[in-house]
Design a binder for this molecule. Sequence first.
Ligand code: GLA
Length: 651
Amino acid sequence: MRLLTILFTAVCLFPLALKAQQKIYLDELDLSRSSSGWKVPQMRKAVDYDTIRIYGKRYSRGVGTHATSKMEIWLDGKVKRFYTEVGVDDKVAKAAKEGKHLGEVAFTILADGQRVYYSDTVRANEPARKVDLNLTGVSRLIMYADQLGPSHHDHIDYADAYFEYEGTPPYAAMETSELPYILTPLPLNAPQYNGAARYGVSPGKPILIKLAVSGKEPLQIKPTKLPRGLKLDAAARCIRGSISQKGKQTLLLEASNKFGKQAFSFDIVVGDTLQLTPPMGWNSWNCWGMEVSAKSIKQVAESFSKFGLDKYGWSYINIDDGWQGERDASGKITTNAKFPDMKKLADSVHGMGYKIGIYSSPGEKTCGGLPGSFGFESNDAKTYADWGMDYLKYDWCSYKEKVGKNATAQQHIDAYKKISNALKATDRDIVLSLCQYGEQNVEKWGSQAGGSLWRTTGDIIDTWESVDQIINLQNHTQPYAGPGRYNDPDMLVVGQLGWSSKIRATRLTPSEQYTHITMWSVLAAPLLLGCDLTKLDPFTLNLITNREVNAINQDVLGKQAVRVFQDTVAFPFAQKNFWEVWKKPLANGEYALAIINRGYDGGTFTLRPSKAGLKSISKLRDCWRQKDLSFKTELDIDIPPHGSYLLRVRE
Ligand code: GLA
């Protein structure tokens, strides 16, 4: 009888139980596609894998992530309540107290596009804010954490976060909705020169310049006037030789095919400055990480030629961390088994007309834990020169153990000068790229330390939050850029990436990729691809072979763009539209303008001269679409979320 009563009660209450409120924690959702400026959101842990802690309170549930970041959750009208505590993780607290990193962020929550929560500035060492929202009927929830201020070390937590729902549980958005769209028109059949107008070399050192000429094959290049000491290698389409006299020399050449002839010229300036325009090429890190091998480098060189990247100025092929073996008894660095013969590899890359780069560190170990150059700087510089290297990326990582976490600018300069002097003493030009993540205002002394370029931020990843936050950190470095000295906002994250052999498509939307290339172009940033070129898709190829866009990056004035317009409300970034205009002066008196939509919705930007810091606009060209636009007093431009326009204007 008792059993029957229990059964009866259970059957009667079953439909009610189905409708009852259920609870699911945010950390139970699959947030792997959520976008964060650093790493990926961590479940029941802070973003650095430690316990979630805000203002001394420990939380066993919650999600640790980073500002900036975005989480998009579909609720389908089933969620009644969302509860979370938000704050800056205590990991940032110490650094914030020392005034090192601000740890200042803002949390914004949008329910179906309406802002339902905004925290205002939240700082490290503050108690968590409690957020308790009634979300009845809401379909889509977006949670933004924006970084305020210049720091990029903002670890944040959604602590104890849960949803109360009825029926089906909420789930995290998985895919980007934008389809690839092609902007760069097809190249002309007739020959066109797309290379830089000026190259810098040292007197008497080997010169190698790949000639960037597009047009239908078969295509011939003939020299019209070459300075003594230089030769055209017609098969590899490059200039080789050396010039011992200091000064400027102009080369005249002619490209022809059955569609026409094109005379072109450029200068070689023999002197003290290398890299008179930003380096353009490829680096192995964002692609294969530590798994790079000689075989893969060979394939990159072949892909450059196969896809015609060389015709648009891409010429460096740089090996990042992962090539080193041990030091031999004489102190000479050796390669590991993946690089059986570095000289042979460099020779073959040179044979095809490309330049080759390598990587090391001033510490005993590189960031990947392999031998660095500490105490062997001259030996290593000589070895790189013997192998035929043209470029060295020199990291920082374990050198911190020598000089401490808070090394002074002078300590940085000393470390980099050691290697730059050693490189200068070799018989090759080896461009030096400093990689110490922008510490101690590197933009102010990077050139003095012997660098041609220097990283200004931490490592990029392929999320909008990472790219956006890097863009936001570039404005103040502008005065220090010029020919032979570039701020480096890190390598490109377009195409197929992986930081390992697990290669996958970038997580940036097509519009975000256009903005990435647009901004790196106006910032006069080094352009180093990091994708698997054997898997180059038509969208990515189109993105990186726009001669007018690349020309803005390669402009010989070497100026970096400055932000000339920003919507009045700068924060939070989580706005429907959030417009910025960046302006880069060009050698011919024109300006490049990048108009970017940092907001989460598409919209119309009305361009007026005043928004570009100009008195008037007499000529306007859309560089991505390679077409002139007519302009009277203003122009409405539609731009998708996180998208951009790149214009060339004359005042
Ligand atoms: C650091 C750099 C990266 C890459 C790795 C290699 O993280 O910032 O670009 O060179 O080291 O270990």
